[in-house]
Design a binder for this molecule. Sequence first.
Ligand code: ADP
Length: 439
Amino acid sequence: MTRRAIELLLLVALGAVLGWTQDSAGWTLGGALGGALAWSFLDGLRARRVLRWLTKADGSRAPRIGGTWGELVDRCRKLIKKLEKKAQNSDARLEDFLAAIQASPNGVVLLDASGRIEWSNLTAANHLGFEPQRDLGQYVRNLVRNPAFTAYLGGGDFGHEIQIDGPGPRPSQPTKISLQIHPYGKKRKLMITRDVTAVQLAETMRRDFVANVSHEIRTPLTVLSGFVETMQTIPLEEADRSRYLDLMSQQAQRMQTLVSDLLTLSRLEGSPSPGQGEWIDSEELLAHVMQEARGLTQAIAQTPHDVQPVPGPDLWISGAKTELLSAMSNLLSNAVRYTPGGGQIRAGWRMREDGWVEFFVTDTGPGIAAEHLPRLTERFYRVDRSRSRETGGTGLGLAIVKHVAQRHGGRIEVHSALGEGSTFVIALPSSRVRERVTG
Ligand code: ADP
């Protein structure tokens, strides 16, 4: 028999006994009924306590009740604890899952059936220019105000991605965002965004590069084939023939230099940076490029330049010797080619206060206007196109110098102003230089 039944019987019996003491069958029956009523009142109170606790669903403060109600409370408490644990586990899993999507380099936005933002990671918010918390529940079409996006969202054809402008560092410099919608569930949508600014830039650079190379090669080729045609069709005097052959040889030389510079650039880009390499005598490097520069000025200038080394500290420079020589001689060759004959060219090594070392070339040439300086190391960028061509320039020299400097952990610096000559510097970090102790 359960405790509740015993309690009921006891209260009914107690009521009956109390009624019986009144010596009447009616009182006895009434007493028993009263006992039953008292029991149901007490039972109702307990039921209320249990119900109140269940309404609060507070597992930690369960009412202390014995018997069947107590057992019920106990079982409910265990059930609630179990459910709570399950919910905690699901919450933790959801947190992990959302943290993983937060860490994704792709933007992720979840849209409900009516196109309102249910959730978004920070990346998507940055890509599209909204606040992930503040804009929850907002219609995405109101936040991404772009005609292409509105048409895409409304069109319902999500088999392809679209590209829109995202908020950039400046209004004139928007980022390029690729965006695709994937429908799922009941009319819900998953929107994935990717920043493709760098990819687009690389693609534009690649296209420009191919166009530039084609143009650079086509010009001498056109000249060459013109001469060939002339020589094939018109009988020429020996003097003309010889002049034409000279011009053809110049064009062929120009193509050769271009191809050679292109190969140098592609080697520099495609190979790993030189490690510490060999330790090279700074004087030896300087002497080598000075000799080349003197040879060049003798060959191309009507009045040769005054090319002199500037004495500096005795140093060991560490790196790839051929690369360093190629970068240094590019700077000297530019100084000779752009400085009018008779001008002064100085080059040498010097230490900086911060321990870096620099190779510098100073000339008394025309100088370069400030607006050109940031673009000088771009491939095929020339300030004076005709001077560059006349003197056999390819427009790749400073790009090569920049690559070599960067591969050695350094950089190229240009100090110049119109009419005031130029100083080009290859600066190398302290790890690449050692004082040479003589004696
Ligand atoms: P290029 O083969 O045309 O000389 P570079 O990349 O070496 O190509 O140089 C890029 C441009 O920078 C040159 O076309 C020239 O206009 C400018 N430049 C480079 N060096 C000098 C210099 N020492 N003085 C004036 N202009 C220079």
